[in-house]
Design a protein around this ligand. Structure first.
Ligand SMILES: Nc1ncnc2c1ncn2[C@@H]1O[C@H](COP(=O)(O)OP(=O)(O)OP(=O)(O)O)[C@@H](O)[C@H]1O
Length: 235
């Protein structure tokens, strides 16, 4: 059964992200076909589907990295480009510099955010500790295990203190124990208070939906650029 997105007073949760009749066409190929979906604030949605189903495209449209050919995407009731400071996107490549330490990587990315486009940078130290990495580690990221790299990558996005977290294949290349640890980190992230009283929202794509079961409120299945069925998570 789908877990309720309604708070205790029965009022519907505000919408964190919404797609209205979104299509994304590459040449003659439709990566997304007339997708309408909304994601309530405070929920965790897991998006599954075969290779090429359109999962990453959907996430990237919400992230504002891809402009829909037709239809509209909104994040917190505005265009994604206007809400970048309230969300973070983690792609399946870790986007870290191998020759730098985790701390150096995070400091570098924090310095980019400090250009004024994002005023919500948390502390790199806190983000690393939150994912269980020692900020004092002197080893470059290139010498990390895959699990450590994923955690450092997660810290990179968590340091922006996002209300909406978009994760593309966060469990790829992780063994089961590391994937479980990642899920625990995400469960913890959901409890972090939000300035202004909002809630943390997560959308994640995966080929291993069972790994996300502990945090999934809803599981959406995609095929050929469309959401084919809202599956549900156990209460
Ligand atoms: N820039 C692009 N140009 C042309 N086709 C693209 C482009 N980006 C994505 N596609 C195509 O759109 C379809 C959906 O791609 P997408 O990456 O969203 O799928 P996915 O469900 O995330 O797949 P996977 O599980 O393999 O990551 C694929 O057939 C892909 O080849």
């Amino acid at each position: 059964m789908e877990k309720s997105a309604k708070p205790a007073n029965g009022a519907p949760s505000p919408i964190a992200a919404e797609l209205q009749s979104v299509s994304k066409i590459y040449g003659t190929f439709a990566a997304l076909r007339n997708v309408t979906a909304s994601f309530a604030s405070g929920t965790c949605t897991v998006i599954v589907g075969e290779n090429g189903a359109g999962k990453s495209t959907l996430l990237r449209v919400i992230a504002g990295l891809i402009t829909p050919t037709r239809g509209t995407a909104q994040v917190f009731a505005e265009s994604p480009q206007h809400q970048r400071r309230r969300m973070a996107y983690m792609s399946h490549s870790t986007m870290l510099y191998d020759e730098l330490t985790a701390m150096e990587n995070l400091n570098y990315f924090a310095s980019l955010y400090r250009d004024g486009s994002c005023a919500c940078v948390g502390s790199p130290e806190m983000a690393l500790r939150a994912v269980g990495l020692d900020p004092a580690l002197t080893r470059p990221v290139g010498q990390y295990s895959q699990g450590m790299r994923q955690r450092a990558s997660l810290a990179r996005v968590l340091q922006t203190d996002p209300e909406l977290l978009l994760l593309d294949e966060p469990f790829s290349n992780l063994d089961v124990a590391s994937a479980h640890h990642m899920v625990e980190l995400l469960a913890d992230f959901r409890t972090w208070p939000v300035a202004g009283g909002g809630k943390r929202t997560i959308l994640l794509t995966t080929h291993q939906a069972h790994l996300a079961d502990p945090i999934a409120d809803t599981t959406l299945s995609m095929r050929n650029g469309q959401i084919v069925q809202p599956e549900t998570a156990a209460q």
